[in-house]
Ligand binder design. Sequence first.
Ligand code: DHB
Ligand code: MG
Length: 221
Amino acid sequence: MTRETWTAVDVYVSELLAPHDEALAAALESSEEAGLPPIQISPPQGKLLYLLVKLLGAASILEFGTLGGYSTIWLARALPEGGNLITIEADPRNGEVAGRNIARAGLDGVVDLRLGPALDLLPRLAAEGVGPFDLTFIDADKVHSPEYFTWALERSHPGSLIVCDNVVRDGALIDLSNEDPAIQAQRRLHEMIAAEPRVEATTIQTVGVKGHDGFNIARVA
Ligand code: DHB
Ligand code: MG
């Protein structure tokens, strides 16, 4: 199979099973107009996150990496009445676009958008006593995925789920000669999770419009 085929299948699945309504379409359009990089999760991945929230009955969500709010909308829409989602975005320009997209989706009462580098914001969030979170989605700067995972794990409960995007990166995950810190962080993340008795986890490779990558899914025991 080629990337062309993965993409065509993703388009087929998206149209049938993860179609955009106005808010999702507008979120992508405005992100593109504002010049944000088109690196948001794919529609089938968005639908997977939505299904995970529903399967868990998750009422509190933490997201690292808002970008233009596309994944945020998928996640927040699956919340029950009274649910909440905290999303962290380092880039103020992304945050501005995301804020508008979240409001347009009617989710500004549900989503708490925090602007700033996550490593700066986390101590503040801890002081506020946020959490525990039923589900955490980690999709921000890849170098710090292990640190975000550790933080989320400390604010989880038995049954919580932690999902990390971009853990395979075209197979670079297993290329030991790759010195890219973002790739080395994915290996560190896997080794950390393997040694962590508090979670059961797996990595599922993904192919589609975003090429070849993967999600790590960890359940807190
Ligand atoms: C990049 C980031 C992502 O979260 C993603 O899913 C794909 C690519 C990037 O920074 O290149
Ligand atoms: Mg990603």
